[in-house]
Design a protein around this ligand. Structure first.
Ligand SMILES: Cc1ncc(COP(=O)(O)O)c(C=O)c1O
Length: 356
């Protein structure tokens, strides 16, 4: 079935790519480049004269929150990717506190945050990881902005920190803890061979092993500058076509899943000149979500959970237990979206009794 379809697998880590077709988006300047986005946040917090307080949304990647605990007191405010803005009653920063605002899946509009800022002082740090070239990111007026480049660009590590308002950037870190990045680079190269040549299971085992060990090493790495390999790739810029493809794929998949009743897209629209990161689907229960994730995996469609949250906010915890991301990025075509929709409909028909 896989060969008929012409694609070995969908989803998971980006593989190594050498084509960066023009025209491209260039990264903001001036900027500081780090190995990971959490390193950029660490450096920003560490640059404060006294221990920083960092406000993070309750719906967010728990590993980043855990990492930042070493350098800042973490406070949580309630947010949800299905809302147009956070629950402001839970966000009460002091003027010297850092507040991370996340453009969830690249589909949020900046107006609510911009309005809130008119009456609230803080050091605002926007997280544009999921669409670094959205209209919001390109016209940002926040004190700082960050982006984990490796989520949308095929680099083994890499994050950028810039200041739309021209604030001083922290010094680039001296550490060169690139062991995890080097394992990831190997994984990306093996994945490329696996996908393009043979679908040899040994290659798959190799890339998965390097990927998992690389990710684990990265998560324990010291605050480092971006690796030279990633820096060289980042210097190519990001093909505009990649974001256009992502937006077109997401739009198509939403349409194809119009009559699919086992899960609902977390959003159906987005602001002009934004490109969604993935299509997140929200299921009625964890059991239903896990069932679909397993069934899709059996069809070689790998769907991550964004994010596993460690939070006291029951709403974010509940969402995290029922959400699943479908990859719609530049690697994939209209045919792939049709294939995903077809598999989802089939899983739905086959398992109706089981998960209801
Ligand atoms: C929106 C967002 N911001 C930041 C991060 C952290 O990025 P890094 O793994 O480069 O520290 C992630 C990682 O999942 C993310 O999804």
């Amino acid at each position: 079935m896989t060969m008929e379809w012409g694609r070995i697998e969908i989803g998971s880590m980006l593989h190594w790519e050498t084509e960066f077709p023009a025209p491209v988006w260039s990264w903001p300047e001036p900027a500081a480049f780090f190995s990971l986005c959490r390193h950029a946040l660490e450096a920003l917090c560490g640059a404060r004269r006294t221990r920083a307080t960092l406000w993070l949304p309750s719906f967010f990647c728990f590993e980043v929150a855990r990492h930042c605990q070493a350098v800042a007191d973490i406070r949580e405010y309630h947010d949800d990717c299905r809302w147009s803005e956070p629950d402001w009653s839970t966000l009460r920063p002091r003027p010297e506190d850092l507040v991370l605002a996340v453009n969830y899946f690249g589909v949020r509009s900046p107006e609510p945050w911009n309005r809130w800022r008119q009456n609230n002082s803080c050091i605002l740090v926007e997280d544009h990881t999921q669409d670094p070239f959205s209209e919001w990111a390109r016209n940002s007026t926040s004190n700082y902005a960050v982006c984990s480049i490796r989520k949308t660009v095929p680099v083994p590590d890499g994050a950028i920190l810039w200041s739309p308002t021209g604030n001083a950037l922290p010094e680039a870190p001296q550490a060169m803890d690139w062991n995890g990045s080097s394992l990831k680079a190997g994984a990306m190269l093996y994945k490329r061979s696996y996908l393009s040549e043979t679908s040899d299971p040994d290659l798959k085992a190799r890339y998965r092993d390097l990927q998992l060990r690389g990710e684990e090493m990265l998560s324990r790495s010291a605050c480092s500058a971006i690796s030279p390999v990633a820096e060289a790739i980042v210097s190519f810029g990001v093909p505009k076509f990649w974001r256009e493809r992502r937006a077109a794929n997401t739009r198509l998949l939403i349409t194809l899943l119009n009559d699919f009743s086992d899960a609902q897209p977390a959003f159906r629209t987005w602001p002009e000149r934004h490109a969604p990161f993935v299509l997140p689907l929200v299921f009625p229960s964890t059991a239903a979500r896990d069932h679909y994730q397993d069934a899709m995996r059996k069809e070689n469609i790998y769907c991550p959970v964004e994010w596993v949250c460690d939070t006291t906010d029951p709403g974010a915890k509940d969402l995290s237990s029922r959400i699943l991301s479908i990859s719609t990025d530049h690697r994939y075509s209209e045919t792939d979206m049709r294939r995903i929709a077809e598999v989802m409909q089939r899983v739905g028909c086959e398992s109706h009794v089981e998960i209801n």
